[in-house]
Structure formats: structure tokens, C-alpha cells
Write a protein that binds this ligand. Structure first.
Ligand code: IFM
Length: 481
């Protein structure tokens, strides 16, 4: 098996020196800056199509806190983060941004920014403490309040069913290595559709299955912390099956639109050699086609199956009917873009662009254009939404009470320009969501990385809109940059 060593998101991959991108003045930010533009500023005056929707995203474990309240069960991230040495500073999501208690204030912030869409995730262990059986009404009630609050403020809810917080009881029963967990997921999805289906127009099934595969089962720096390549690709199959079964449950419930949320990475050859081109192609298989192909074409990529070997646990785990279930037609595809990969002839990857504070992230806005146009070119005009895009910056609260995250403004502006170019070239992109609305628990990096438009003081839980939030408000109002 010549599987490429993955350079997954959230990894500790060594890369180019960190820089804060685009710290030049942002003349739209209202900070009294001189009327100049940063050199990397794209042409101004790009308008998005009428009806384009602007949003921001979070996930349950990263923001909610309230880990032991109202009947919530334990998830694998509770277990993992409470295990010494697993997260930076031993941070956990026990309190996080306390969004479970402060959601009303957060809804007001969303309205202030002008969001048209808010992408959040539902915590499976809040709905079913052990991942099976009767629903926990108090858990469902929280999401009902959240969804109602969004509607009251004119913001469309976009709900993700699974953003990595698997009930620990299901992990104890085998986790995603067990086919049964995919069936339990379909039951859980049905409960949630019944409770909220009338109020949520867009559903996302599984968030970044690849990150679970790579970080959870190959590198092991995410829950459940395994390093087992054979298991990893069976896990991929069961996550995809869970996606397909949830789509079927959704059709039966007949509510809203649904699709998967995939983190996609353009994979470029690191040089002009045919060997690098071949290596980049198989890398792309593991990074992108392993997830896109089964969902959108009903087949696993043959080069990846061959590379894994005919008796791989993935190959042995595919049963009759599975691929048809996985390929159940979706209404939209959610794309999350953070970084490209440059693949050498021997299958390793090289950094080419400056990184953010997250060493795994190279800042390359053209990658956004490349991945969006590629999906449309290779898979047809399935409606797309960008459900995550952003970076961490070392934001501190200034003496004047403001947070000047100029690097985030530049990053977002450059990526939006790339998305705009993709739309102009025919990509049916309907919405865009910044990752993230709030500073939050960044998995193994704990609270050291701040990804939000909104600064959170974790001592007081006070929120402050960063410069990027004020800038984004103007982008939304103008429907463009
Ligand atoms: O914070 C994560 C999110 O949970 C999934 N996508 C990537 C983000 C940044 O690492």
C-alpha cells in the first residue's frame, strides 16, 4: 500500500514560516486608516449574485460548553480532551464559549453582523446520551430555541448532524469501525428531522469525514486517538454510509435540503516531473475523490482501492447496496477550503506558501478557485456552499477595546475574490460561511488558536466584534467586496 502520508488539517506538519497575511491597512474597516489599499488587495467592487447568502459557522463541541447539563451524555471528545497530553494546555470543551447559555447574546451578534445563514452542529450526545434509544427532550429543546431565535432574527439555520462528537458509548461499542454506528446515526438523524425538520432549510450530514479518518485514525491527534491505517478506511466507508442513510431518512421526513460537508484540498504536483504528477493524482484520491466519488458518482476511486489492496478492510467492508445508499442524490455539496498540498514524486508534501498560526495551513486563495471550479467541472453543476473558510490569528483585545485582526480581513477578502471568480466562471456557489463566528475550542490546539470573527474572553465570556466582523458586516450589506 503506497498510501501517501497524509498532511491532514489540524496536523503539526512543518511548513513555511508563519506570517500574518496582509497586515496592510484595510480602508473599509472604519479604523481611521489612510485611504490606501494593501498591495495584495484584489480589485474592489466585486458584487456577488443577487440572493447570495453570507454566513458564519460553529460546531457544538467547540462552542457550547455545558458538558454535563440537561442530560447530555459523554462524547469521544470529552474523553479525549480530558486525557492528559492530548490537547494543548489540557484544554477541554467543558465550558468553551458557553454558547449553550449565551446563545441569545450570540444570536444578537449574528444579527448585528447581518448574517443571512448560521451553520451550527447538533450534539448527538445531547439528543441521545448514549447514541441510541429515546431522545433527550431537553437537548432537542435547546436546538429548537436556537433555531427559533435564528428565525426571529431573519437568519436561516443550517444544521450539521455530526461534527465529530460521537457518543462515547458508541465508541465503546466499536465507534465508526462498526457498521452498526452508521445505522444508529440514521436513527438519530430521523429523531432530529422529526424535531426540527420544519424549521431548518439546509441540513449537512457528516462534517469532514476525512478529518475523522486522518486525524482520528491515522495520525491519532484527534479523538479517538488511533493510529490504525487499516481501520481508517473502513471508518471512511461507515461515515459515508451514515451520510447516505441520513439522506434517505431525510427524504422520508421530507424537510429542506441536504448534503455532506467535505473539506477539499487541491493537490498540485510539486514539480514538473511525471512522477510528481502521478503522486499528486493519488494524493488527490485520498484527499478528495475518496469522498466525492462515492457520494456523487456511486463508486470509490479505483486507484485508491488498488492502492489500499484488494483485501483492505475498506474493500471487505463494502456490502451490496452500500454505494447506492451513499450516492443517494443530494441537494447541495458543502465545501470547506483551508489549504492546498504540493506533492513530490515520493508522495511527500512540501510547503509553498506562508502558513497561518496553524502550521498545517498554507495561505493560497487561488486554491479556493481551483477546488470550486474542479468540483463543478468533474462532478457537474451540483449547487455548492462554502461552509468553512478562515484562519487563526493571534488576536488580542487592545487598550481601546477593539481587536485588530487585519490578517483575517485580508485572508477573507482574497478568498472571497477567488470565490467570486469561480462564480463568474460558472460555479453554482450559493453561499459562503466564515469559520468561525466565535473564537472557540480548536480541538487538539485547545484555545490557543483564535478563529472567530468575534473575540471571546474565556475568563469573563465577554464577546467583542473584531475588525473582521465589522468588515464582514459591510461586505454583507454591499453583497460584495
Ligand atoms: O475548527 C475546525 C472545524 O471544526 C472543522 N474544520 C476546520 C476548522 C479549523 O481547523
Amino acid at each position: 500500500m503506497s498510501m501517501p502520508s497524509p498532511r491532514p488539517p489540524h496536523g503539526a506538519a512543518p511548513a513555511a514560516p508563519e506570517v500574518t497575511p496582509g497586515t496592510g491597512p484595510d480602508t473599509t474597516a472604519g479604523h481611521g486608516a489612510a485611504a490606501t489599499r494593501a498591495p495584495e488587495t484584489p480589485a474592489a467592487g466585486l458584487r456577488f449574485p443577487p440572493g447570495f447568502t453570507w454566513g458564519a459557522a460553529t460546531s457544538a463541541y467547540q462552542v457550547e460548553g455545558a458538558a454535563k447539563e440537561d442530560g447530555r451524555g459523554e462524547s469521544i471528545w470529552d474523553t479525549f480532551s480530558r486525557t492528559p497530553g492530548r490537547t494543548r494546555n489540557g484544554d477541554t470543551g467543558d465550558v468553551a464559549a458557553d454558547h449553550y447559555h449565551r446563545y441569545a447574546e450570540d444570536l444578537d451578534l449574528m444579527r448585528d453582523i447581518g448574517l443571512g445563514s448560521y451553520r451550527f452542529s447538533i450534539s448527538w450526545p445531547r439528543v441521545q446520551a448514549d447514541g441510541t434509544g429515546a431522545p433527550n427532550q431537553r437537548g432537542l429543546d435547546f436546538y429548537r430555541r436556537l433555531v427559533d431565535g435564528l428565525h426571529e432574527r431573519g437568519i436561516a439555520p443550517m444544521a450539521t448532524l455530526f461534527h465529530w462528537d460521537l457518543p462515547q458509548a458508541l465508541q465503546d461499542a466499536g465507534g465508526w469501525e462498526s457498521r452498526d454506528v452508521a445505522l444508529r446515526f440514521a436513527d438519530y438523524a430521523e429523531i432530529v428531522f422529526r424535531a426540527l425538520g420544519d424549521r431548518v432549510p439546509v441540513w449537512l450530514t457528516v462534517n469532514e469525514p476525512k478529518t475523522v479518518v486522518q486525524n482520528g485514525y491515522l495520525v491519532g491527534h484527534h479523538a479517538p486517538g488511533r493510529q490504525d491505517p487499516a481501520a481508517a478506511y473502513l471508518v471512511a466507508h461507515h461515515l459515508l454510509l451514515a451520510h447516505g442513510l441520513a439522506v434517505a431518512a431525510h427524504r422520508a421526513a421530507g424537510a429542506g435540503r441536504i448534503g455532506p460537508a467535505l473539506n477539499l484540498h487541491p493537490c498540485y504536483p510539486a514539480d514538473d516531473s511525471p512522477a510528481a504528477a502521478r503522486a499528486a493524482r493519488i494524493h488527490d484520491g485520498y484527499e478528495n475523490r475518496l469522498y466525492l466519488d462515492p457520494v456523487l458518482t456511486g463508486r470509490y476511486p479505483q486507484d485508491v482501492l488498488d492502492d489500499l489492496g484488494g483485501d483492505s478492510r475498506l474493500a471487505r467492508g463494502i456490502r451490496d447496496g452500500d454505494l447506492a445508499a451513499i450516492a443517494a442524490p443530494v441537494d447541495l455539496l458543502a465545501v470547506q477550503y483551508y489549504t492546498p498540498y504540493y506533492v513530490t514524486a515520493d508522495g511527500t508534501t512540501l510547503p509553498r506558501w506562508p502558513t497561518s498560526q496553524a502550521a498545517w495551513q498554507q495561505i493560497h486563495p487561488d486554491g479556493m478557485y481551483d477546488i470550486l471550479t474542479r468540483v463543478t467541472r468533474d462532478y457537474g453543476p451540483v449547487p455548492l456552499t462554502v461552509t468553512e473558510n478562515g484562519l487563526p490569528t493571534p488576536d488580542t483585545l487592545g487598550a481601546d477595546g477593539t481587536v485588530d485582526d487585519a490578517g483575517r480581513v485580508s485572508f477573507l477578502r482574497d478568498h472571497l475574490a477567488a470565490a467570486h471568480r469561480a462564480i463568474a466562471d460558472g460555479v453554482p456557489l450559493e453561499s459562503y460561511h466564515v469559520w468561525s463566528l466565535l473564537d472557540n475550542f480548536e480541538w487538539d490546539a485547545g484555545y490557543d488558536e483564535r478563529w472567530g470573527l468575534v473575540h471571546v474572553d474565556y475568563q469573563t465570556q465577554r464577546r467583542v466584534l473584531k475588525r473582521s466582523a465589522h468588515w464582514y458586516r459591510r461586505v454583507i450589506a454591499a453583497n460584495g467586496i
